[in-house]
Design a binder for this molecule. Structure first.
Ligand SMILES: *Cc1c(COP(=O)(O)O)cnc(C)c1O
Length: 361
């Protein structure tokens, strides 16, 4: 399927775009175009179209407004040293989007169409891809149930869309985040939607985010729903614990038990850790392990990882068991090393030996 291209006649001027890209923030400005494709049970996927960015019209009885049948993805396009643009592991996002679709009873979008939509939008809106290290064009593919009607059933109509927003470098190296380990709320249960990237997971998480803010914390950390002791993930990011230091350090991340979102950044860091000569482990980590590990000094660094912020150091953790601080509360050296290694590959300044980058331009 090739994409129909209908370009905008009212693109943002060069001057206005340059002004917006001075301080892009995150999700503040959107590019000139978007991609839309419609699916129906009867006809399958229709032709995807790149068209001017703008509001869409939906019937108030569209299923997504009532029963939340929606999934999304997030990935980035990075400016390369030769002025070109590449995407980081978009095939992995395509596959995860299909898995999320299966879980939410939405149609699978073929990998080829997913990649074509990304290529088309990035090419058309290439001027929106910033160039400084850590900056990128964040791409947001999503899909939702558009069937009209209030009957509760898997939708027979869906809309796939892709939008893009320039993203600033997210890392504040002086500032490790403070986390609230929630014992009141749970994010995911076995058999639930924890592994799927669906809006509903986030809708259900916001009250805990509020509780975290009330405790003076930046983010919420989720623990497992059954035993209420195993650390799962943080907000929209996976977690890593660094045990030991220097060449003998081990990078430990919570095992994927079926309730965690399998992050592509998490997966990439498992590989990078080996490349850098560190041991890595995917294991169960309890809140006690966390507390005792930072107290004894065995855990030297903690960081969260995900597409949006790449790598974010985690400083203090607060829970009903008390508050404890990692190291001296400032970002550690391995956290910085992992972040630089990842950003180096993404920006094309470090060899891409695992073929993670897909060239668009
Ligand atoms: C998207 C997401 C992540 C991180 O995944 P990446 O592929 O690394 O961006 C982690 N946890 C949750 C809940 C997420 O939605």
């Amino acid at each position: 399927m090739s994409i129909k291209i209908s370009t905008s006649t009212r693109k943002v001027s060069d001057a206005e775009r340059a002004e917006k890209m001075k301080k892009p923030g995150f999700g503040k400005y959107y590019t000139d175009h978007m991609v839309v494709a419609e699916w129906s049970e009867a006809d399958g996927w229709g032709q995807a179209e790149l068209k001017p960015y703008g509001p869409i019209v939906l019937d108030p009885a569209a299923a997504v407004f009532h029963y939340g049948q929606e999934i999304f993805e997030g990935l980035k396009a990075y400016r390369q040293p030769d002025g070109g643009i590449s995407l980081f592991r978009p095939e992995a996002n395509a596959v995860r989007f299909q898995r999320s679709a299966d879980r939410l009873a939405l149609p699978e979008l073929p990998t080829e169409t997913f990649l074509e939509s990304l290529d088309a939008l990035v090419k058309e809106d290439a001027a929106w891809v910033p160039g400084n290290v850590g900056e990128s064009l964040y791409l947001r593919p999503f899909m939702f149930a558009s069937e009209v009607g209030l009957g509760v059933r898997p939708t027979n109509r869906a809309l796939y869309m892709l939008i893009a927003t320039p993203a600033a470098a997210y890392f504040n190296s002086d500032n490790a985040v403070a986390v609230w380990i929630s014992t009141e709320y749970v994010r995911a249960v076995q058999g639930g939607t924890g592994e799927a990237k669906c809006g509903g997971n986030y809708a259900a998480s916001l009250v805990a985010q509020k509780a975290a803010a009330k405790e003076g914390c930046d983010q919420v950390v989720w623990i497992d729903a059954k035993e209420r002791k195993w650390v799962e993930e943080m907000g929209g990011m996976n977690l890593y614990f660094v045990k030991g230091s220097g060449a003998n350090a081990t990078l430990v991340t919570p095992k994927l038990t079926g309730t965690l979102l399998p992050g592509i950044t998490r997966d990439s860091i498992l590989t990078l850790a080996k490349d850098l000569g560190y041991k890595s482990e995917e294991v169960m980590i309890s809140v006690e392990d966390w507390r005792d590990g930072v107290k004894s000094g065995e855990i030297t660094e903690i960081f969260a990882c995900g597409t949006a912020a790449v790598v974010t150091p985690v400083g203090s953790a607060k829970s009903s068991m008390g508050t404890w601080v990692t190291g001296d509360g400032t970002p550690g050296p391995i956290t910085g090393q992992i972040r630089n290694a990842l950003l180096g590959i993404q920006h094309g300044t470090i060899a891409d030996k695992h073929h993670w980058m897909r060239k668009v331009l």
